[in-house]
Design a protein around this ligand. Sequence first.
Ligand SMILES: [Mn+2]
Length: 247
Amino acid sequence: MEKPAKYKSIVEKFLDFIETHDHFMLSGHINADGDAIAAVIAMHLFLKKLNKTSYMIFTDRKLDQRFDYLASFKEIESFHDLNPESVNIQAAIILDVPGYLRLGAASALLPDRAHVARIDHHPQEDSMGELEWVDEIASSTTAMVYEIIEASGVEIDLEMAKAIYTGIVYDTGRFSFSNTTARDLFICSRMVSIGVNPSEINNIIFFENSLQALHMIGKGLYTMETYLEGKVSVIYLNYEDMKHTNA
Ligand SMILES: [Mn+2]
């Protein structure tokens, strides 16, 4: 017999939410970072395995192209280029987004809140859906998505593993920030055993800078001034400096 809803874990509630819908919109915060992009892609690949349709739609006009090694990255659409007629959105799962302002213009596509679910690890600004899982202790939204995939029993393939590894390694600063937990290391160890190559991903995300980007960083560092006995430092770059790089 099914457990009464009040005894279900949040992960089980998400699996129910997914089971009861077929066509999803997935989105992350504006100026999408490695966690937002990887969490959306991991969820997309998971839904695909369940034979569900999902549209990955961000408010950003252009995404950080470093993450184009992730499967389905090219399927991500910008809200601004989208023909709303071309999508059939029955439900939405919003990832790594603390409120409407951070979701941006893509908020316009959200269905009724009864069909909106959210997974996030930021302090919250707005309640956005009937089903919300917010864990401020979690290192990353992607680590939370992993828990849902893991609980479903779906086998994690290499493409999913790359996305899961990417979101966690990005938001923990290569496992160096204070948010890094034993669970993150365990999950990433599993992803490596599935075939993820850590140095390959680290190089792409953290070490491959364009010459223009390095020049810009150099210029910024040169302007550094410190205040309050070194506790605060300030660097400045103007729009002209930024314009010549896509960093
Ligand atoms: Mn995040």
